[in-house]
Structures are given as structure tokens and as C-alpha cells.
Design a binder for this molecule. Structure first.
Ligand SMILES: [Zn+2]
Length: 281
């Protein structure tokens, strides 16, 4: 498997549990099925993608959509929320807050440089999580237990994990990027590393990342190793008093040079500098 090619589409991750995996590191989603209804994990970005996800779900189950869970506030994960109403939308309290406060920036991030998306994104109305929590929430879906867990600031201020302990299955949202450099519009590099350390203590064999292929703990450990490597490379430049540009140009990806998303190094460096300076909460 190369970084750019991996299994995509609907992939079964456990009995009656699925991932919807997009190619080239685009945004993933998931869904868990029961006779009582379907729990959907992230609604994707555009009307076309949300509708596609819904039709993929309908190929597996005709049960009603029982819950939608937003893993965090970024538009590529939640702009499709309105297509899942009236299901309750569950998210971290900070996810709701960031979706409100940063709505315009969240929208502009996807339309700038991609005018072809504007007609689709103009259809998006702010549709917020209406059920929020702070640390943990437990959902029973049929005889299944689903734990929603917040471990702190990481890729955003409101990233949550969905853990199915009986199945050893974890939906990690953008806490995990597999075979692609992490996106950092809101990332706090050292806190994200702490959250990854806590995440790996959970009992799981299968992990669905926010971007990239379904993996195991090994892929998650690689993602964590990459984050630690980026932190080491950037922190060295910071400690030597180099400018952000000098540091970004000097980042050596080492064993991760085949990964997608290398255009993100500038943004990662900029946000890491802000974290080191204490400019990020
Ligand atoms: Zn994100």
C-alpha cells in the first residue's frame, strides 16, 4: 500500500459497524447500525457528499438515523449536518462553540482556492450539535455500548473519540491522520501529542482516522511518531531562534517522506511556534 492508494468506500470495521473512507486523504465518516436505528459519525462537507453517505448507509440499513455525532467543528466533517436532521446531533461543547464563533473562517477555508465548491457550500446553513457534553457520554444502541470521550485540546478544542470497547473499535476523527501529514488550522502540537498518548491507552485493534486508511494500533502509533517527529524538528528550529520560514524549510520528514499533505509543513510550523510561545490556549 502506498500513501496515495488504499481501500476506499464503505468498509466494515466490526459487526454492523462501518467506515466510509475517501481517497487521497479526503475526509472519512462512519456509521453504526442497529435495529433501533443508525448512529452516523460525521456528515462530511457538501450536499453531494452528505447525500452520498446517506445513500451508502441506506444500502446497509433502512433503519432511521438515530444519532449524528460530530467529531469536531471543521466543515469537512460537519457541514452536511442539516441533511441528518431531525436526528439529534451530538458533539463536544467546544465543537458547538467553535462552529458558531468560527463559522465564516470555517467556510472560507474550503472555498478559497476552490471556487467550484461555492455553489454547493452556499447551500449550507449552520446546523449545530444540540446535545453536548464535556468529558464523556455513553450511548446504548441496541445491545452495543458506545463511549464518546474527550481527552482535551488536540487538533481543535473539541475533538472527540468514539470507542466501542466490546469490539475493540475506535473512531478517532482528526485526532488521527493515517499516511498523511496532519492538518493544523487549530492544532496545538504538544497538547495533541498528549491526547494521542492517552488515546493509545484505550483498548482497540481497529481505528478509523479522520483522514487516510482504516488501520490498527500500529498505524496510530505511526501517526503519533510522525507528530513527535514534527515536534522535534520544529522545536529545534524554534530553540535556535530560526524564523518560521527557515524552520519550515529545514523540516526533514525522514521516514515519512512518502506521506501525503507535505504542503502543510508551513502551517504546522506556524501553529507549533504559536504553541511554543504560549499564544494558543
Ligand atoms: Zn479537522
Amino acid at each position: 500500500m502506498t500513501s496515495a492508494s488504499y481501500d476506499t468506500g464503505v468498509i466494515q470495521t466490526a459487526a454492523q459497524a462501518y467506515a466510509f473512507i475517501q481517497p487521497n486523504g479526503a475526509t472519512n465518516a462512519g456509521f453504526i447500525v442497529s435495529e433501533e436505528g443508525v448512529l452516523v459519525i460525521d456528515s462530511l462537507m457538501t450536499p453531494a457528499l452528505a447525500t452520498r453517505l446517506l445513500s451508502e448507509i441506506r444500502r446497509v440499513s433502512k433503519a432511521p438515523i438515530r444519532y449524528l455525532v460530530d467529531t469536531h467543528y471543521h466543515g469537512d466533517h460537519v457541514f452536511g449536518n442539516q441533511y441528518f436532521v431531525p436526528a439529534p446531533i451530538i458533539g463536544h461543547v467546544n465543537c458547538r462553540q467553535e462552529l458558531i464563533e468560527k463559522f465564516d473562517a470555517n467556510m472560507n477555508r474550503y472555498t478559497s482556492g476552490r471556487p467550484e465548491l461555492i455553489p454547493e457550500l452556499e447551500q449550507i446553513r449552520m446546523t449545530l450539535p444540540d446535545v453536548t457534553f464535556e468529558d464523556r457520554m455513553n450511548i446504548r444502541l441496541g445491545d452495543r455500548e458506545i463511549n464518546l470521550i474527550y481527552l482535551g485540546r488536540a487538533h481543535s478544542a473539541g475533538d472527540i473519540l468514539l470507542h466501542l470497547p466490546q469490539e475493540g473499535l475506535l473512531y478517532a476523527g482528526d485526532i488521527a491522520f493515517h499516511r498523511i501529514l496532519p492538518a493544523f488550522p487549530d492544532g496545538h502540537i504538544t497538547k495533541w501529542l498528549d491526547v494521542m498518548e492517552e488515546t493509545r491507552k484505550l483498548d482497540f485493534d481497529t481505528i478509523v482516522p479522520g483522514h487516510g486508511p482504516v488501520g490498527t494500533k500500529r498505524e496510530f502509533d505511526e501517526a503519533k511518531e510522525l507528530m513527535a517527529h514534527l515536534h522535534g524538528e520544529i522545536r529545534r528550529g524554534f530553540d535556535q531562534g530560526q524564523s518560521e520560514e527557515e524552520t519550515a524549510q529545514g523540516v526533514d520528514l525522514g521516514k515519512f517522506t512518502s506521506y501525503l499533505g507535505q504542503e502543510r509543513i508551513g502551517q504546522i510550523t506556524q501553529m507549533a511556534y504559536r504553541a511554543y510561545r504560549g499564544d494558543l490556549e
